[in-house]
Design a protein around this ligand. Structure first.
Ligand code: FAD
Length: 464
C-alpha cells in the first residue's frame, strides 16, 4: 500500500467522511482512517440513524395505540416485536455505513481501518490488522466525541447505559431512569415511553433542553409530561448504586432527598470531545480547557497543516454542522475562502411533537437589547394540521424591528424537522419578515404557518 497522501482524514463520521469526499473531488489523493469496523462514525452507527429508526418504529406503535382511533382506525390488542424493530434498525445502519464505503470507492479514497496516532507532526501510525505508517501534507482530525459518565458510576452498558447501550437493549425495560433532559435523553426516553416503559427524568437545570426558546421548551415539557414522563427538575443525583439488577439513585431535589429506583439508568449528561488515542500532546497540538482541540476560524490547529472539525472542536455537537465543516475544511486546504454561517445551523429534537429551531431564541435576542417583531401561530387553526388531526404546537417567528430581518424561527409540531428548512434558507439569505410574508406558500400546508407567523408579527395576519 502506498503511504504518502495529500490529505489524511482521521475519523469517518459526518465530519470526516464528507471532508474526505470533498478533498477527493478537489483532486487530492486522500486516505480516511477509521478505528471502528464500519464507516460513518457516531451518527450512522450509534447516534442519529439508529435513534431515528427506533423513534419511527415507536411512533407507529404510539399511533396504533392512540392516534389511530380519531382517524376511524381501530387496532385491537396492539402488540409489537421489539426484536424486529432492532433488526430493522440494524439493517438501516448496515445499509447506511455500506453506502459510505461505496462513496469512498467512487471517489478513489483509500480506507484504512485501525486506530491512528501521531508519531511525528507529519506521520501517523495506524494500528489495524497490520501496523502501517502514513504520511500526508495535510491532516483533518474528525475523531468526534464520547458520552460522559456519572463521576461515581461508570457505564456497564447493561444497567448503566450510555446512549449507545440504550439503543441496543435486548428487551423493553419496565422502568428507565434518565439522568439529563437534553436532546439525547428526551429522544431515547421517548422511544421507550411509547413502548410502555415508565420514564423518570432527573435534570440539574430548572428546564429541559435549555438551548430551546423558552416558550417552546415549556410546551415540550408539558407535552412530554402528558405522555407520561415524570420529571425532577433542579435535581441532582448525588449517589448511585446497583443492587440486585436494579439501579438506585439518591436524588437531591429542591426540597427533599429521594431514592429513585429503576431497571435501567440512561446517563445522558452530555458528550466530551474524543482525541485520547491520537497522542496529540506528543506533537504539541493545543487543546482548550474543556479538552476540545483548539482551532482558528479556518479550522487550523496551532500546527498549520493539521486541521480539526466536528464534535472534536467547540460548537454545537451536530452531524450537519460537522459535515459543513468537512466541506469547508477541504476547500480551505485547496486554497479557497469558504465560510460557514453558524447562525443558520438548525437544531432539531425528534420527540413527538418535534422541535426545530434556527437563529436566536427570544431570550437571546432580548439579552442583546434588540427590538423585536414576534409572531406566534398555533397549529390549532392551521388547516393542514386540522386535516391530519395533529394540531399540537406552534410556529414562532422572530424579526429584528429596525431592519425587519428574520433572526429566529422556532417550531414545535408535526414535521418541525422538515419545516425548519424555510427558516434556514431565509436566515442564510438575510430575508426580512416582509420577504417571507410575500412568498406564496401552498395551501393547505403546515408551512403556510411560517408566512402567517410573519404576517402576524407585521400586524396583518389574515387567518388569525
Ligand atoms: C444518540 C445520538 C443521537 C444523535 N442524533 C443526532 C441527530 O439527530 N442529529 C444530529 O445532527 N446529530 C445527532 N447526534 C450527534 C452526531 O452524531 C454528532 O454530532 C456527529 O456524529 C459528530 O460527527 P464527527 O464526524 O465530528 O464525529 P463522529 O461521528 O463521532 O465520528 C468520529 C469517528 O472517528 C473515529 N475515531 C476516533 N478516534 C480515532 C482514531 N484514533 N483513529 C481512527 N478513527 C478514530 C471514531 O471511531 C468515529 O467513527 C446524535 C448523537 C448521539 C450520540
Amino acid at each position: 500500500m502506498e503511504n504518502q497522501f495529500d490529505v489524511i482524514v482521521i475519523g469517518s463520521g459526518p465530519g470526516g467522511y464528507v471532508a474526505a469526499i470533498r478533498a477527493a473531488q478537489l483532486g487530492f489523493k486522500v486516505a480516511c482512517i477509521e478505528k471502528r469496523d464500519t464507516l460513518g462514525g457516531t451518527c450512522l452507527n450509534v447516534g442519529c440513524i439508529p435513534s431515528k429508526a427506533l423513534l419511527y418504529s415507536s411512533e407507529c406503535v404510539a399511533f396504533a395505540k392512540k392516534g389511530a382511533e380519531q382517524q376511524g382506525l381501530f387496532y385491537t390488542n396492539v402488540s409489537f416485536d421489539f426484536g424486529k424493530m432492532l433488526s430493522r434498525k440494524e439493517n438501516i445502519v448496515a445499509g447506511s455505513v455500506k453506502g459510505i464505503e461505496s462513496l469512498f470507492k467512487k471517489n478513489n479514497i483509500t480506507i484504512i481501518y485501525g486506530a491512528a496516532r501521531f508519531i511525528s507532526p507529519n506521520e501517523l501510525e495506524v494500528l489495524g490488522e497490520k501496523t502501517v505508517i502514513l504520511k500526508a501534507k495535510s491532516f483533518v482530525i474528525a475523531t468526534g466525541s464520547e458520552s460522559i459518565p456519572l463521576p461515581f458510576l461508570p457505564f456497564d452498558e447493561n444497567i448503566v447505559l450510555s446512549s449507545t447501550g440504550a439503543l441496543n437493549l435486548n428487551k423493553v425495560p419496565k422502568k428507565m431512569v434518565v439522568v439529563g433532559a437534553g436532546v439525547i435523553g428526551v429522544e431515547i426516553a421517548s422511544i421507550y415511553n411509547r413502548l410502555g416503559t415508565e420514564i423518570i427524568v432527573v435534570e440539574m437545570l430548572d428546564r429541559i433542553c435549555p438551548a430551546m426558546d423558552n416558550a417552546v421548551g415549556k410546551a415540550l415539557f408539558q407535552s412530554l409530561k402528558n405522555q407520561g414522563f415524570v420529571f425532577h427538575l433542579s435535581s441532582r443525583v448525588s449517589e448511585a448504586k446497583i443492587n440486585k439488577q436494579k439501579v438506585i439513585l439518591k436524588v437531591e431535589t429542591q426540597n427533599e432527598v429521594l431514592n429513585i429506583e429503576g431497571d435501567i439508568l440512561l446517563v445522558a449528561v452530555g458528550r466530551s470531545p474524543y482525541s485520547e488515542s491520537l497522542e496529540l500532546e506528543k506533537i504539541g497540538v493545543k487543546k482548550t480547557a474543556k479538552g476540545f482541540v483548539e482551532v482558528d476560524s479556518q479550522f487550523r490547529t496551532n500546527l498549520p497543516h493539521i486541521f480539526a472539525i466536528g464534535d472534536l472542536i467547540e460548537g454545537p455537537m451536530l452531524a450537519h454542522r460537522a459535515s459543513e465543516e468537512g466541506i469547508v475544511v477541504a476547500e480551505i486546504i485547496k486554497g479557497f475562502k469558504p465560510h460557514i454561517n453558524y447562525m443558520a445551523i438548525p437544531n432539531v429534537i425528534y420527540t413527538q411533537p418535534e422541535v426545530a429551531a434556527v437563529g436566536f431564541t427570544e431570550e437571546e435576542a432580548r439579552a442583546k437589547g434588540l427590538d423585536l417583531l414576534i409572531g406566534t401561530c398555533s397549529f390549532r387553526a392551521n388547516p393542514r394540521a386540522r386535516c391530519m388531526g395533529d394540531t399540537e404546537g406552534f410556529i414562532k417567528i422572530i424579526g429584528e424591528k429596525t431592519s425587519n430581518r428574520l433572526i429566529g424561527l422556532h417550531i414545535i409540531g408535526h414535521n418541525a424537522s422538515e419545516l425548519i428548512s424555510e427558516g434556514v434558507i431565509a436566515l442564510e439569505k438575510c430575508l426580512t419578515l416582509e420577504d417571507i410574508a410575500h412568498i406564496c406558500h401552498a395551501h393547505p400546508t403546515l408551512s403556510e404557518w411560517v408566512k402567517e407567523a410573519a404576517l402576524l408579527a407585521l400586524g396583518r395576519a389574515i387567518n388569525l
